[in-house]
Design a binder for this molecule. Sequence first.
Ligand code: ADP
Ligand code: MG
Ligand code: MG
Length: 917
Amino acid sequence: MKYVYSFGEGKAEGDSKRKDLLGGKGAGLAEMTSLGLPVPPGFTISTEACTVFSQTRKMPAELGPAVDEALARLEKNVGMRFGDPSAPLLVSVRSGARASMPGMMDTILNLGLNEKTCEGLAKRTNNPRFALDAYRRFIAMYSDVALGVKRDNFEHALDEARARVAKAKGIDGTRLNGEELRRKVTDADITEDELRNVVVAFKKIVKEKTGKDFPEDPKEQLWGAIGAVFESWNNHRAIVYRRMHDIPDSWGTACNVQAMVFGNMGDTSATGVAFTRDPSTGERLLYGEWLPNAQGEDVVAGIRTPLPILAANVKPGHTDSLEQKMPEAFKTLVSIGQKLEKHFRDMQDLEFTIQDGKLYMLQCRNAKRTGKAAVRVAVEMVKEGLIDKEEAVLRVDPASLDQLLHPTLDPTAPKTLLAKGLSASPGAAQGKIVFSADEAEKRANAGEAVILVRVETSPEDIHGMKAARGILTARGGMTSHAAVVARGMGKPCVAGCSALAVNYQEQTVIVTQYDEGGRPQGSVTLKRGDVITIDGGAGHVYQGAVPTVNASLTGEFSELMAWADEARKMKVRANADTPLDARTARGFGAEGIGLCRTEHMFFDEERIRAMREMILADDVAAREKALAKILPHQRQDFVEIFREMKGFPVTIRLLDPPLHEFLPTEKAHIEELAKLMNVSVARLEQRIKDLHEFNPMLGHRGCRLAITYPEIYAMQVRAILEAAAAVTAEGNSVTPEIMIPLAMTREELVRMRQIVDKVSAEVSAKGTPVSFAFGTMIELPRAAVRANELAEVAEFFSFGTNDLTQCTMGLSRDDAGKFLPAYVEGGILPKDPFVSIDIDGVGSLVKVAVERGRATKSNIKLGVCGEHGGDPESVKFFHGAGLDYVSCSPFRVTIARLAAAQAEVAAKKGRAGSTTA
Ligand code: ADP
Ligand code: MG
Ligand code: MG
């Protein structure tokens, strides 16, 4: 088994295709070496060695000799020797996994230093201060990573030296706190003599903490470091990071041993990081930060403020950019960046060090970027001839488009953070606090911007959520009512903000303030009408009005989407209940409505009265009388929706929820209704009680309503067909699709079809006949497995994956919030099945239904109308399952269009749709 891969002198044993073996960092180092770029030589120990080490707690036997051999080669290459005082070789030992995990695992610099080699380095460089600085850094880093002696133990000793330097300079160090002292006396100000003291003090600390002397033998240091790098794969923060980013524990990390170059040798030396394009805007220019006379870790450690690389980015009056200070090295860096972009055909993130004016490359990888930058870079790279359009479509993570579609907080505006909650629905919004849906609606109608603040929201709050600019709740998770509804509406929402104590009586909210350690530090009380700003993408709540900037759907964005539409075969529709929703959906490029829910149409004040009358009526005649009052309203809604959709298909679902959802619960409302209906309050209360169900989700709802009350569906079908006739008469084309909810047997559909056909004949008799399609939702497991029979009656299926998930997994979405997170965190379920479809279970049922449905009717139209229709992972699955379209909330249509295009391109190219991560 080969465990060690060398690189140096323009040759490398590995290359960038072996990320699985060499890790991203090792693969990049090998590739840059082969390209002839200036990379300090070294070797990579493969991830396979890490896996052996993790499993057996021992290094594989072949590794020792292989490392010796590679080390000997490295020594020869650089003309220095490990532990040789006259020409000491120093190395860095660097972790690097297959996927980039920035800062998650450990790296040790300057390894190989001991009393003798430190002295030798001082002589050889004629710079004892530098040698001692490198040595003290090494002791601290090695002890932290390999010996378990934490950093802060050393910080203290270093600060003591700083204080002595301060005193010698005439600064009273005792009056300064650590921060101020470190700013007044920088690392570079600590003198040679003091560094000598620091090294002695550091070693003493190690002896005290570990009971052993700090290792002098470079070989012992090396193996200690390699072991520590492998161990770091299993440190807490690395494990947490892997969970968050779906990186398997089994991958392991590689370990890179590389000759040191020094950015801390004086003012002609430096270190820095750069992006080949601006990672937040995508603009094509080298962007980054650097520090003169420093080693790698200093740039990110925050002790010294790094300087801009570009002259254009320095503060007025300053000349401290790399471009100005080291123009030669800058030019080399720019040209290396361009070369690497051409080679990898993607934007790069670079780490470099300059030793005595000469530039060395230490890392390259595909750069992380914002959604906005991803779009711009992908489009510009097509124009630069680096990639083709299909590749560009694959380059942008569909989920990241969310950032582009919603307004965001002005990054330059000052702001006061009040509290943090869950980032439930992206976008920024500001407005006056209101505590009830009614007030939200009233104030919004009066033109005020409001934020609806609730402990939790429920279906009764819908109108207020619609009216508010944003929603803030104290309780509830990512799948709480507030979160789900807000995402559907494309409305900013921060949910589960536990720092809030909402008091509806007093109309106040008390916000507890916490310090960094999570301890409460007092509170702020806000009243109704006070202005706050929420950032749903970050989960932040701010005091007052923080200015926002609007989403700009730039030229590049629409260009990319046009390429996506070219590549895509699966259609994308929207779930839209109102003419306004329909218009929004068209604006986002929806090619039809996949789900128009009719129940929302009954909530208007006038209609709900008629609806209640209908529900509480004792006989068919009274029911029909009440329904006749609703008919014109419903017809008008459909007329407007059909007009908006200009001939695109509109799938209308007939009434689905159980009837008691429409009935009043409060005494006052019941009394009012009794008066209106001319019955006694007691009688009305009895009727309401009769309609109560123990498990409404599985109760009298869906097409079961029309089995017992066919006149309800008859009215709805009439409204649909008359509206279609009216709009056709206007000269517009109309494609209505009548959809039956919650069917489980063929016989149910036969009965429903009879209702529809009867009304259709009546409407046709009066004027122009309108054509329509008749179909059903598949949301019960029985419907899925008997799809062959349902297809005898239905012309289309639409998978209602929300209910199908609930019924297949036996999970109530409204109650799962209490335990589902534990399932996901504990690894029992890979993902929340209400967010991303459960491919193995629910997905199998979808596949079965597709197969059996098509066996009966080969041209049956198949779609999805659950929330999964807007989830990129699920869209990929539906594409594979052979569906004709997905339907999702209007604000997710763009995301679904891109995801559907990626699925198509990836299937064609025979590889996974990939983003740059
Ligand atoms: P991370 O994965 O956290 O970025 P790295 O292994 O890249 O850790 O190391 C961090 C920094 O240490 C590098 O960016 C570089 O500045 C410095 N470094 C690593 N190896 C060397 C080396 N051989 N010579 C000089 N500096 C190095
Ligand atoms: Mg790095
Ligand atoms: Mg349903």
